[in-house]
Design a protein around this ligand. Structure first.
Ligand code: COA
Length: 313
């Protein structure tokens, strides 16, 4: 018995903000954003939708797909750096709204790598049989902490949520290996300024870190799983910058069609980007039973995480 994914869901706010829309409010251009990042548009949530609302909608979809009842969920893990408030946590809000009466609940704060931390944490509880069903959500309302006067960061991010319901699957399927890591000395390159409450980033430093870390983590996680890059069927990287994602894809020598690419329409959804991409690939029928999938992310902290898994139950 091993921990695997039983259901997946996503939620994206309806409002689309294109690069051309941003040209009207700041000194930027569609051409600059597209060529430097791969982003063409993003979704931004209005005042009436907070982080817990997006988390709820994605969770309902994941739970429905899994066939697990809310009252059978043992633990809720929510990866976010943009909670509705510092406490109660988004996970506790979800616990009530979903009717997951039996579930323990906690938020995970590992920025854009948070969903990787969530999956790896959930696997431990399931594999040691402490818990059977765990809901893991990656969700961000980054527009709440975006500095709209800073073109270096404002063009990059979007709001959204992705969720998975994890539980026991048959041997050989599910999570095969993970790697989590952190380098606190790089915290100064990406953080929330507590004075004005907005995100600050040294793009070049984060870029260098990300290119190195994404590729290295993919290779190490495959080694831990006893696999080779030729075994990989699909790469789901954190959608931060197409050039960073491409570097990881090239490290694995995968053709372009074997990598998720939601950044074009959603931008960087931080902790939500990997589960949103997973949900989209499943909807598009691109992931098949027994496929080997590598997920990899990095973010503020600095943090990183990678997972190798074999799809199926
Ligand atoms: N529109 C137009 N010009 C912009 C701009 C924008 N939105 N943002 C920055 N620029 C300008 C800069 O001011 C700079 O101008 P200068 O040379 O006159 O000073 C120029 O573009 C080039 O900046 P540079 O930093 O060299 O660009 P880059 O190729 O490194 O791309 C990022 C910038 C932010 C896209 C890139 O560094 C990046 O993606 N870093 C990683 C960020 C990330 O992944 N963050 C999320 C972590 S989870």
């Amino acid at each position: 018995m091993n921990a695997g994914i039983l259901g997946v869901g996503k939620y994206l706010p309806e409002r689309i903000v294109t690069n051309v829309d941003l040209e009207k409010i700041m000194d930027t251009s569609d051409e600059w954003i597209r060529t430097r990042t791969g982003i063409e548009e993003r979704r931004l949530a209005g005042d009436d939708i907070d982080t817990s609302d997006m988390a709820y909608h994605a969770s309902v979809a994941a739970i429905e797909q899994s066939g697990v009842k809310p009252e059978e969920i043992d633990l809720i893990l929510v990866a976010t750096v943009t909670p509705d408030q510092s406490f109660p946590t988004v996970s506790c809000m979800l616990q009530e709204r979903l009717g997951a009466t039996k579930a323990a609940a906690m938020d995970i704060s590992a920025a854009c790598a948070g969903f990787m931390y969530g999956l790896a944490t959930a696997q431990q509880f399931i594999n040691n049989k402490a818990y059977k069903h765990i809901l893991i959500v990656g969700v961000e309302k980054l527009s709440k902490i975006t500095n709209w006067e800073d073109r270096n960061t404002a063009v990059l991010f979007g709001d959204g949520a992705g969720a998975v319901l994890m539980g026991p699957v048959s041997d050989g399927k599910g999570l095969l290996a993970f790697e989590l890591g952190a380098d606190g000395s790089g915290g100064k390159h990406l953080y929330k300024d507590m004075e004005n409450g907005t995100l600050v980033m040294n793009g070049r430093e984060v870029f260098k870190f990300a290119v190195r870390q994404m590729g290295d983590t993919c290779i190490r996680v495959l080694e831990k799983a006893g696999l080779d890059k030729t075994d990989v069927d699909y790469l789901i990287p954190h959608q931060a910058n197409l050039r960073i994602m491409e570097a990881a894809r090239q490290r694995l020598e995968l053709p372009p069609e074997k990598m998720s690419h939601t950044i074009r329409k959603y931008g960087n959804n931080s902790a939500a980007s990997i589960p949103i991409a997973l949900a989209e690939e499943l909807e598009a029928g691109k992931i098949k039973d027994n496929d080997v999938i590598v997920m990899v992310g990095f973010g503020g902290g600095l943090t990183w995480g990678g997972i190798a898994l074999r799809w199926g139950v």
